[in-house]
Ligand binder design. Sequence first.
Ligand code: LR7
Ligand code: MN
Length: 552
Amino acid sequence: MVGRNCSTWVQVSQPPRAEQQGQLLGAFDEKAYLAGKQLKPGDDPYREHAFNLQESDRLGGERAIRDTRHYRCASVNYDADLPSTSVIITFHNEARSTLLRTIKSVLTRSPASLIQEIILIDDFSSDSEDCQLLSQVPKVRCLRNGRREGLIRSRVRGANAASASILTFWDSHCEVNADWLQPMIQRVKKDHTRVVSPIIDVISLDNFAYLAASADLRGGFDWSLHFKWEQIPIEQKMARSDPTLAIRTPVIAGGIFVMDKSWFNHLGQYDTHMDIWGGENFEVSFRVWMCGGSLEILPCSRVGHVFRKRHPYDFPEGNALTLHQVSQCQMTPSVCHLNFTSLEEPPPRECPPRRCHHRVVCPRRNTRRAAEVWMDEYKQYYYSARPSAQGKAFGSISDRLTLRRKLNCKPFRWYMENVYPELRVPEQEAVSSVLRQGGLCLETRGTDALGLAECRGIGSIRPQAQRWELIEPLLRQQDLCLAISAFTAGSKVKMDTCSAKEPRQKWKPKGTALQHVVSGLCLDSQTPTGPLVVTQCRPQMASQSWEPQIIT
Ligand code: LR7
Ligand code: MN
């Protein structure tokens, strides 16, 4: 084996042979379709689609691409009786050559029995023939929106029209690689609550080269809710003995995934009040995890996508958006050259860090809806990272909140602890205050008791006893936190070892009162000598008034 020319190891996913073409495309005239719209000499090839149209057109309706999977994927077995899928592709003014390659690659590189249909949703493109003509291709259906809806409502329309029990969502400028579909359907067949994505390879927007993406990535985000590809945590990477196994991912990129249709419907499809583009991938990702499902990337399934640096289309409600500098190319996975020099050695996949500076559109409205419905108290970190989001109206979310209650979904805290513990909560600046009631201050005495005493400033003998850190929901002094001893009125309040999960320690401000979150009772100094208790909240009462005064 050793010493063989590496090129012999490179598998190529071939386009269909000429005799298969007829059955594949039926009455559809591929040449006429592509010739019907072409770049005029002298036109900027990037202008209309934000990729090099000339190169895409030159490739035509199909081409061979490199099989970028790990070699072990080729020997994985799948059930013979996998269910079929409806492929749903939404598009707005897609180039004919990229759209056609998307469709043809699905038809040629998937087992025919697994493709029930391809549903195209033409999201009010300027030329209705782009879609219409394609409906001559066997299995292809074309639905045209009567007005621009955006990709979210378009996908829901496609899903509602689908006849297969499994849905496959797509962008309109993709090419699938060898055997991409079987791993996806197999995973969903085994457990219908799984939502699965392929590794998304990179199709160069300049020369349309098909490039292998790193196989060690998963979907993540930062607090400004920007999607990014990130390395799998090192412990998980070490534990991966088999490179063909699924990778759990906190979020999906959004464009290419397979989901059981009844599970999609059960979980509330999409938030159809989201417009045009963006944010829906967070919404669906949080919802799937928090409401009982899971998200995976399947390394034996690879699909290429043309990653662009700008949106080639307009956003009709431009004021819903804000432009700012971020790393749009974070969205493009790192590409690493697979060097198949040996079958035993996995190919090197370390990628250099990239620096990216492009302008991107940030859909505040959609993202705000996702944050408001799903992120609970953690949405504050989104707003701190994106202060401009706070001002923008986001419409009513009551339907989505009802859905969340009805599905009995877990809190975002659960998601943070179990799905994405690597996402660090921003350091909160610990601000120390005294809690003043008239001329007296709340202080600790001995190990766990509390009382009121004359306020002492800095430099006093026991400044610590009156110094509180207010980090919602905790009121702390070093490792000790203010806690109730029971959930009933009149119960004593004492100090206890801090734990943000402990319901007895959760407080929130209510005017100048301090309310215990779970019991709804308020901190009360019934007698100045102590002990401190909780009683029914009466905001006007002096014994419940605690004015924080910051000390340095
Ligand atoms: O108004 C519109 N109507 C549409 O039908 C706007 C767009 N679209 C179509 C469009 O033609 C395309 O097919 O929607 C699809 C996605 O739009 P793109 O390709 O312009 O954007 P994108 O590649 O940045 O899309 C990524 O983010 C989106 C956020 O809403 C969606 O989740 C896309 O599905 C997602 N694409 C992918 O995840 C592919 C992998 C890339 C990554 C990361
Ligand atoms: Mn895309």
